[in-house]
Design a protein around this ligand. Structure first.
Ligand code: PRX
Length: 635
């Protein structure tokens, strides 16, 4: 019996039980039957949750890119691996076959080696959604270099922080990128970032917008001439199962982003398995995930998961609103997309436009539709289900995180009955538990608590780059012996999970995971600002928006408050990126603080939401009178 695909509900429970009772046999069999290994593992899994030490398939030798490309060449050499849909619909789409992808990745891998990149070196990739991005990622993995993709919407200072944290030796970027009717000067941003990045020796520059860019002699090189010269054959590096595959930065509750480290074999097995099941992937499907490869969703479900299964995956350079709000639906129709995976924020922004944009297209090729990144509200769920899925495509609401590597809780289409706003059941291998405030596991159904996972799964991140202690503290210490997700959840009467949102200082804005601390740090750099606190509040389109409470140094500050607000938002844009801008900034004379000096964000959240009904226990506040003042000044 194969465990690779769950075909009906009875089988789901069978596989699930097997995966819990005998995780080693379950994952061992999946790993053995569905991948190419140079050498088998000694142990399927070993772990010490107290120390946050986890390894999967240790002793095995493997290369993930050989599994993504080379092994498909005999059967699928002429099959399309990647469809590139450009920003401008008038520009022709590209179809890249597995044979071509092999050649392009091999050339890039050879260029990287010629430029002195070796196994274990870190390479920062800062590219728009163009084929070179996929090729660069895969080329790094092929030669064992650790890729660190930084989303091309981050500012120079955010890129620099990430480059320096992992001492990247090289940056791969482009002259610029298209986004709707705008162009973005990516090379200019890299030039600015690199004034503070001593580890970077080489910058490879792809051409996309044909702009004039500054090329620093001895450091910067155009990519294409190097590729033209390189051989299109490349011998992949033999990697240990636990060698790092990539670093991907995610926000934390302190100022510094966390470089989550994913390793090779476990991530490979987990992304392939979850892709196959959650999207009901079959051989001739055309799969499209609208995320950016700069986020984990793009890593796992634009590149690795689909390619490991020999799928055709769409890379879309543009935005849902350009040239108009029918772009997504037009692309689905054009390429006959069978699985479509997007974020609630995109759905909400399209649902507020005329229905005609979507109804113009039959969308009959679609088989499965998916959602990821934040809770999907009931209204958006129904709009998506009715108007995109035509009430006939299962809607998979997939819950997972950068740290989990792959999807954890999700319906399996045609297997798990869906329920609006519920991520439903854990995938085989995943053991979620809800914990109460006393750190006890909450048994039974119809309960709410903090969501933890009590047994390791192959895709879990292994550490934070350069800071294992922080990894341990953040994820394994709140509830000893368990992985703490930072999310709250409820379990309904049949055991379905619904994710209720973050219970820590992270706010999800338009699907982007933003830590409040780095934003506060940016605001506090403004010379007029003494202190600040950020909270999220509900927003129709973005899910959450940011509300800032700011204390100015001089009370009675005579400067124009709107100017100050603009300056603060510019600072945030410069330090983090435009996605972190505040929707509302209220100037206050103080913040509600406990005697130990901790800001009571619960109250600030309620005020931002406009809910003055019950502030809960305020007796521990040092300055309870401030609550009234803040409430009265609410924007
Ligand atoms: O709060 C949860 C929310 O997104 C967080 C993870 O963000 P990130 O690491 O950026 O990864 C996003 C893509 C996997 C989670 O802790 N989240 C993600 N998916 C869902 C979700 N919240 C509710 N429902 C979801 N389907």
């Amino acid at each position: 019996m194969s465990y690779y695909q769950v075909k009906n509900l009875e089988q789901y429970f069978k596989h699930y039980n097997k995966s819990i009772r005998e995780p080693r046999k379950f994952w061992g069999k999946i790993a053995e039957e569905n991948f190419t290994w140079y050498q088998q593992w000694d142990k399927v899994v070993e772990f010490n949750m107290a120390e946050a030490e986890i390894s999967w398939f240790s002793g095995a030798k493997v290369n993930i890119v050989k599994n993504c490309i080379d092994r498909h060449l005999t059967r699928r050499g002429n099959k399309t691996a990647i469809i590139f849909e450009p920003n401008d619909p008038k520009e022709e789409a590209q179809h890249i076959t597995y044979n071509e992808l092999y050649q392009r990745v091999s050339k890039m891998a050879n260029v990287l080696r010629e430029q002195g990149i070796e196994k274990g070196d870190r390479v920062c990739i800062y590219l728009p959604m163009i084929p070179e991005l996929a090729v660069a990622v895969l080329a790094c993995a092929r030669i064992g270099a650790i890729h660190s993709v930084v989303f091309a919407g981050f500012s120079a200072s955010a890129v620099a922080t990430r480059i320096n944290d992992s001492d990247c030796k090289m940056v791969i970027t482009s002259d610029g990128g298209y986004r709707g009717n705008k162009t973005i000067d990516l090379k200019g941003i890299i030039d600015e970032a690199l004034t503070t990045c001593p580890s970077v020796q080489t910058v490879l520059v792809a051409k996309r917008i044909n702009s004039d860019v500054n090329m620093t002699a001895g450091r910067d090189q155009w990519l294409q001439p190097l590729l033209d010269e390189a051989s299109d054959n490349n011998v992949a590096e033999i990697m240990d199962a636990e060698d790092p595959l990539f670093i991907l930065y995610t926000s934390g509750s302190t100022g510094k982003p966390k470089g989550m480290v994913h390793t090779t074999a476990g991530y490979m097995v987990y992304t392939a398995y979850t892709f196959k099941n959650v999207f009901n992937y079959e051989e001739n499907d055309i799969y499209w995930c609208t995320a950016d490869i700069g986020w984990i969703t793009g890593h796992s479900y634009i590149l690795y998961g689909p390619l490991l299964n020999g799928a055709t995956t769409v890379i879309f350079e543009g935005v849902p609103s350009y040239p108009d709000f029918s772009r997504f639906w037009e692309v689905i129709e054009k390429h006959k997309v069978t699985q479509f995976y997007t974020a609630p924020t995109a759905i909400r922004s399209l649902a507020k436009e005329s229905l005609d944009f979507v109804q113009r297209f039959p969308l009959s090729s679609l088989k499965v539709i998916g959602s990821v990144g934040e809770p999907i509200n009931e209204e958006a769920w129904h709009w998506y289900n009715d108007h995109v899925g035509g009430k006939r495509c299962p809607l998979v609401d997939t819950w997972w995180q950068t740290e989990t590597g792959g999807i954890m809780i999700s319906p399996i289409p045609f297997v798990t009955p869906t329920k609006p706003t519920y991520a439903t059941l854990p995938l085989p291998g995943i053991q979620p538990v809800l914990m109460d405030e006393k750190r006890n596991e909450i048994e039974g159904n119809q309960v709410v608590g903090s969501l933890c996972i009590k047994f390791p799964w192959p895709g879990i991140a292994r550490t934070i780059w350069g800071d294992h202690q922080r990894y341990k503290d953040t994820y394994f210490s709140t509830f000893p012996g368990k992985y703490f997700t930072g999310d709250g959840a409820l379990r309904d009467e049949v055991g379905y999970y619904r994710i209720t949102g973050r219970v820590d200082d992270v706010v999800i804005v338009s699907g982007h995971n933003l830590g409040t601390a780095p934003i506060e740090d940016a605001i506090n750099e403004h010379p007029a600002v003494a202190e600040s606190a950020i909270v999220g509040f509900p927003h129709d389109i973005k899910g959450n928006a940011l509300y800032g409470y700011v204390i100015l140094k001089e009370t009675g500050e005579s400067r124009n408050q709107d100017n100050l607000r603009n300056e603060i938002n510019q600072l945030i844009s410069g330090q983090i990126g435009p996605i972190a801008k505040l929707d509302k900034i209220q100037f206050v004379s103080g913040l509600p603080k406990t005697r130990s000096g901790k800001i009571m964000r619960r109250i600030l959240r309620k005020i931002a939401e406009g809910d003055f009904s019950n502030f809960g226990d305020t007796t521990t506040l040092l300055n309870p009178e401030i609550v009234e003042e803040i409430k009265d000044g609410r924007l």
